[in-house]
Design a protein around this ligand. Structure first.
Ligand code: ZN
Length: 294
C-alpha cells in the first residue's frame, strides 16, 4: 500500500488515488533547472487520453519547449515529470473510449494521470483573467496563472461534490439517471454549494433528489475525479423514514437495496438487482465500504 493509500480506509480500493508521485511543491520555483535534468521526462498524452506502455503511463525525453508551456507534475523516483501546457489546446472531453482506457489503467497510474489531466484541462479552460478579462499566462511551474494587467493570480479549481448512500433498516438508497447505461444504479450525488458544509450538502441533496431526511452524516472516503476537477466526498447518511419522492428532473428511478443485493451487484452476479458504477468510480468504493461496516 502506498503512503497515500494509508490515508484512506484500510483495504478499500479508491480509483485515482495512490500515485507514487512526489508533488514537490517547493521545487516548482526551480522548474527551469528540473526541466534540464537529464532524468526529466514528458508525460505522453493524446488528446488528453493516457498512453500506456508496459502497464505504465508513457513518457518521452524532454522536448524543446518554452518554460511557460511546461507543468511540473512532480517527481517520480526522483525524476522530474512534466506535461505540456499547449496554449492552443481545447478543453478536454470525456469520451466512451477514454472510460474504457481508464478501466485498464493500473490505479496508481490513474492517479498520476488524473493530476496531469485536471491541471492541463484547467489551463485550457482558464486562459483569461476572471478579474479583468485580459489573457493570463502560466506561472509556478504550471500550478497557477497570472494576469499581466491586474497581476491577479489564479489557481487550479477543485470543486467539492458529495456522493452519498442514504441508509435505512440495513438497506441503502440507489438511484439512476436517464443517461446511465441500462441496469446501472449509483449513490446520489451533487455539488457542494457556496456557504454550505459537507453535511448540509448531503442532507440537502438527499431531500431534493429523493425526499428523504438525513438524521446524521458520516464521512467515509474521498477521491479526486478529473472530469474536469471534482473532489468526491463519499458519505453515508441514516434517514428516519424510507418513503421516497423522486425529483424526476434529476433521477429516473431510485430504490432501496439490501446488503445481499449490493454484493450481487458488485460481483455482477447473474440476475443482480442493479449494476454499480465501474471500480474506478468512488460509488463502487462506497458500496464496498458500506458492506465492510463503514
Ligand atoms: Zn486581470
Amino acid at each position: 500500500m502506498t503512503s497515500c493509500g494509508l490515508l484512506h480506509r484500510e483495504g478499500l480500493h479508491v480509483g485515482f488515488v495512490g500515485s507514487p508521485l512526489n508533488r514537490a511543491e517547493p521545487l516548482r520555483r526551480d522548474s527551469e533547472r528540473l526541466a534540464g535534468d537529464p532524468k526529466a521526462r514528458l508525460l505522453v498524452l493524446e488528446d488528453y487520453h493516457p498512453v500506456v506502455e508496459s502497464g505504465a503511463l508513457a513518457t518521452r525525453p524532454m522536448p524543446d519547449l518554452p518554460l511557460d508551456q511546461l507543468a511540473l507534475i512532480g517527481l517520480l523516483d526522483g525524476a522530474p515529470l512534466f506535461a505540456h501546457i499547449d496554449p492552443a489546446a481545447s478543453a478536454a472531453r470525456r469520451t466512451a473510449e477514454l472510460m474504457t482506457l481508464l478501466g485498464a489503467l493500473p490505479p496508481s497510474e490513474g492517479s498520476t494521470y488524473a493530476a496531469a489531466r485536471s491541471l492541463l484541462d484547467w489551463h485550457a479552460r482558464h486562459r483569461f483573467c476572471a478579474n479583468c478579462g485580459n489573457p493570463t499566462a502560466p506561472i509556478k511551474a504550471g500550478w497557477a496563472r497570472q494576469c499581466p494587467a491586474c497581476m491577479a493570480e489564479h489557481f487550479p479549481r477543485t470543486d467539492p461534490v458529495v456522493i452519498m448512500l442514504a441508509e435505512h433498516d440495513d438497506k441503502v438508497l440507489v438511484g439512476r439517471q436517464a443517461v446511465f447505461p441500462p441496469g446501472r444504479y449509483s449513490a446520489l450525488a451533487g455539488f457542494v454549494e457556496v456557504g454550505e458544509s459537507v453535511e448540509e450538502a448531503v442532507a440537502r441533496e438527499l431531500t431534493e433528489e429523493a425526499g428523504v431526511r438525513a438524521t446524521s452524516v458520516r464521512y467515509v472516503v474521498s477521491q479526486p475525479w478529473p472530469f474536469p476537477s471534482q473532489l468526491m466526498l463519499a458519505c453515508i447518511a441514516p434517514v428516519a423514514d424510507a418513503r421516497i419522492t423522486i425529483d424526476t428532473a434529476e433521477l429516473e428511478d431510485a430504490k432501496w437495496v439490501t446488503r445481499a443485493e449490493v454484493r450481487a451487484g458488485l460481483d455482477q452476479s447473474e440476475g443482480a438487482a442493479f449494476l454499480p458504477p465501474p471500480p474506478y468510480a468512488i460509488a463502487n468504493s462506497l458500496f464496498e465500504a458500506w458492506l465492510a461496516g463503514a
